[in-house]
Design a protein around this ligand. Structure first.
Ligand code: NAD
Length: 333
């Protein structure tokens, strides 16, 4: 690629758009915001964000972004069920795409997206923002000190008083509920930290409140090929929020809290203050920079679509296990 800044559009001017627009603004040495695009029903919001972040234009027709010839890369912040079709159209028209998590709501769609990116020779990255905190990166570097196999437990509980946006009410649009919204965070970091293939998934779920179709509680146990064991607990009912991972191996214990604070055998080795992610933070900044660098350097990014495919497989297996009551064996390539 030339030394010209990357020309970027954001599609989907909803709740998480701000975090990405802040990240694009923070990378103005490498990227320029060409467009913010939304649906015709949200023109005011799209125009307001385009103006606030200095975009060259506001666009009210997603197809115009697909067809644009002055855009190199797109940050896709649309609802989960829209990711696959829009990402594929963008890839086929030659754009690099950073897709909010999860890449797609099914493994079949994930595979179609990976195939489209490889055919087009374009970067397709999942926005697994929580990997990009310093504490999480340090945990990845140091997990080998614990020896193996490890046992990892991740509690991720938030309190969602109601559906923050309409599509949360539909289990098929989200891919479950707690599993579709926060499962990508729990299982992406679990798979990334353990670094072995998941081989078996067992899930039990509950819906404690009837205001949505999907599960608002889930417990998922994942067996790994190296003998490691991962347990994820997800809740949308936690009036005391929690985001805590305990990782134990034969030679040590790590605790990673809020993706930022890391203790190794009880000793504090990393700490960053917690700020509301929805307004943007360093993890979104580093994530966008990784996307831009991968494009310029013509390499795969961290959290490339191919790398996170097993996360889609675990989530799909968890939903199946919940339906059948049985563990699901994975046979990943
Ligand atoms: N990384 C995180 O921590 C995090 C946090 C929140 C949301 N997310 C993810 O971000 C995505 C968006 O979530 P949100 O909470 O911002 O949802 P939202 O409903 O607030 O925003 C979605 C936006 O996309 C627009 N949209 C819908 N269909 C569209 C289409 N076909 N073309 C163009 N725009 C369209 C909507 O009108 C809305 O502006 C989801 O995939 C979600 O899982 C990630």
């Amino acid at each position: 690629m030339s030394n010209q800044p990357l020309r970027v559009a954001l599609v989907g001017p909803g709740r998480i758009a701000i975090a990405h627009l802040e990240a694009i603004a923070a990378a103005r040495d490498v990227a320029v915001l060409v467009a913010v695009a939304g649906l015709p029903t949200e023109k005011d919001r799209t125009e307001e964000l385009a103006e606030r972040y200095g975009a060259e234009r506001a666009v009210h027709d997603t197809q115009a972004i697909v067809e644009a010839t002055d855009i190199d890369a797109v940050v896709l912040t649309v609802p989960n069920h829209v990711h696959a079709s829009l990402a594929m159209a963008l890839l086929e028209s030659g754009k690099h795409v950073l897709v909010e998590k999860p890449l797609a709501t099914t493994v079949a769609d994930t595979d179609l997206m990976i195939a489209a990116s490889e055919k087009a020779g374009r970067v397709l990255m999942a926005a697994q923002c929580r990997r990009f905190f310093h504490g999480a990166q340090l945990a990845k570097q140091r997990i080998g000190e614990l020896g193996g196999p490890v046992s990892l437990i991740h509690l991720l509980g938030v309190y969602a008083e109601h559906a923050a946006t309409a599509w949360w009410k539909s289990a098929s649009d989200v891919g479950g509920l707690a599993l579709g919204l926060n499962g990508p965070h729990v299982f992406d970091t679990m798979l990334w930290l353990i670094g072995a293939a998941p081989v078996r998934v067992y899930a039990r779920t509950r819906r404690l409140r009837d205001q949505w179709e999907g599960e608002d509680e889930a417990v998922v146990i994942v067996d790994f090929a190296d003998g490691s064991l991962g347990t994820g607990y997800l809740s949308l009912n936690a009036r005391q929020p929690v985001n805590d991972r305990w990782i134990t191996g034969p030679r040590g214990t790590m605790r990673l809290t809020d993706d930022r604070t890391l203790l190794v055998d009880g000793e504090l080795v990393a700490h960053e203050a917690v700020t509301p992610y929805i307004d943007g933070d360093v993890s979104f900044d580093r994530q966008f920079r990784e996307f831009a660098d991968a494009i310029v350097q013509q390499r795969q990014p961290q959290a490339s679509a191919r790398e996170v495919r097993p996360v889609a497989a675990v989530l799909e297996a968890a939903l199946r296990s919940h339906r059948t009551g049985l563990p699901v064996d994975l046979d990943l390539p």
